[in-house]
Design a protein around this ligand. Sequence first.
Ligand code: SF4
Length: 240
Amino acid sequence: MTLAVFQKGFNYVQDGRGNRLVYHLRGCNLCCPWCSNPEGMEFSAAPGTPVSEIVDEALSCRPMFFDGGGVTFTGGECTCQFDALKEALTLLKQAGISTAIETNGTAARLPELFGLTDELIVDCKHYDPGIHLHTLGASNETVLANIAAAAAEHPDLLIRIPLIGGFNASEEDMERFAELFLRLGADRARIELLPYHEYGKDKWAKCGKKYTVHDAFISPEQREKNEDILRRHGLTVVRT
Ligand code: SF4
């Protein structure tokens, strides 16, 4: 089996614990208007990299995995290449490498990866299924079911909300997120608010796509207020 990778490199802490070799897998089933990797959203028919090569590469990097590091698969959306991803995670786990994935949570088969990932990072972009569908191209129903399952079964779940002004970042929105996470039983998960940025904006034009997000920045004070709202509901807020 092969994996289509469009970018790889080391990253400290931002994509899981410690120093990690991060593989960005090509293709995504959502269309977030703020996506910072638009060059990785499209699927490709080009031949990918054999899973065995990726595993060998990771094994050769073992000395670099300090502070609890290892390998992270992100995207695009890594679960769009589900079977090859599962094989890679299986082989890495067997080799004793710490594994993590960052996912938009839309894969119905996601629970199959719970036992193969030491850390599971799931985005929750909106609490409302209709808004999720309208803005991102798919409902959040599977995402929420996966968060509930992971909250019950996965020992290390990090839920990330990209804070996008005008979309999901008001205090009322945070109340709704908090109520949702409690309803899903995610009170033991870590939750992180990631303020909107425009690091990927210039890449949209290069990909021949129009960037449509405006005025979506969040002030540091608003981020803190939103974190406080989650904490008041007994949730654990982190910054990685
Ligand atoms: S889920 Fe992630 S990769 Fe996919 S479009 Fe949204 S931000 Fe981009």
